[in-house]
Design a protein around this ligand. Sequence first.
Ligand code: GAP
Length: 431
Amino acid sequence: MDRIVNLAKRRGFVFPSSEIYGGFRSTWDYGPLGVLLKRNVKEAWWRAMVQCRDDIVGLDAAILMAPKVWEASGHVATFSDPLVDCRNCQERFRADQLPASGACPNCGAKDSFTDARQFNLMFKTYVGPVEDDASIAWLRPETAQGIFVNFPQVQTTSRKKPPFGIAQIGKAFRNEITPGNFTFRTREFEQMELEYFVPPEEGQKWFEYWCAERLRWYRDLGIPDDLLRLRQHEADELSHYSTGTADVEYLYPWGWGELEGIANRTDFDLSKHAEFSGKDLTYFDQEGDRRYVPHVVEPSAGADRATLAFLLAAYDEEEVRGEKRTVLRLDPRLAPIKVAVLPLSKNERLSPTAKEVAASLRPSFQIDYDEAGAIGRRYRRHDEIGTPFCVTVDFDTLDDKAVTVRERDSMAQERVSIDDLVSHLSDRLPR
Ligand code: GAP
């Protein structure tokens, strides 16, 4: 984990937020490479969930919503964690995460905890200039509710019939008592959520379908089987809205941790919103000649947790000709930089051609142009950030109008004509 945190900071994947002020309580900023990696993770999710399917449409709902939404959803009443303080060191903990020994994990004091009190995890703010009860608003703790309250508009405008889904990617906020483990648990994070609306009797069938489908997505993008598992929730773990939940878990360096929750939310949310808003949220099934409140199966993934898992799973060190090589074996679809263009050396005869090659690739791929330092070191710098291909322009290029293409994992090199370069790389860089 330390190596990943170090690499992330040194190479510009993730920085502590507000670092010049000493950081800010487990918040993180994605740097130039991190933002590309995370965008690619979200793009891979959107492609699998929306673009490649005809039963799912997208949505981008506002973060601020009518406060009634959070009363109806149950979050105002029940979205809380039990909080205790250590009387000895004043540190705060979640009561359900304390060690069985009863000793304070921070100072070791015995039986030093206050009684647990419920602490609501939603961030409160005020809309408008007056800070009174009438102007309270909440930052959404999940993107899902934006989907539920838009169900009738999306269903009628898209003319979809259950089973169909609405997908959304966006920020969510939770005032976590114990954020930590780098970007794993933070107070501001991004979710990739699908609400899949189905006829009431089909909930279990689609729950099983989405468990298998979501595991397949992580595997397809390179997470090995032994680092991935599906864990069914025990009855006492279930959220207030769920009759069945399974977590997709990743074996993080500190142990198994949740990547994604897949829940059978039944008709809980639509029924509650119908009750609190007074609006009809049923669906009329013409073929079956019946009206029903759709049930919902929800695969809800964290973009930050997935990004971290892909980074961790990709990290590798090996020995090449007596030297250590660090390589991020990221799936090319996720790699932040797809192609590095490298003149063999910084030379006034090579640079113009190398810059032309770079310019010809730029509209097709995210590239990096790098001419500083020895060529071997530049290969290593790109191995370390997972760049699948390096294109080297050498003195022969000036005569034969061809370049050397080096593949990251095998380090195999082949000569490719500049005219064929875009199609050669496109064939090897699937979307
Ligand atoms: N709408 C359902 C829902 O929000 P959840 O299991 O509470 O379910 C879904 O959250 C996913 O969001 C988690 O599996 C995780 O990937 C991500 N997530 C939740 N809390 C997070 C936090 N504090 N920091 C980072 N990611 C978080």
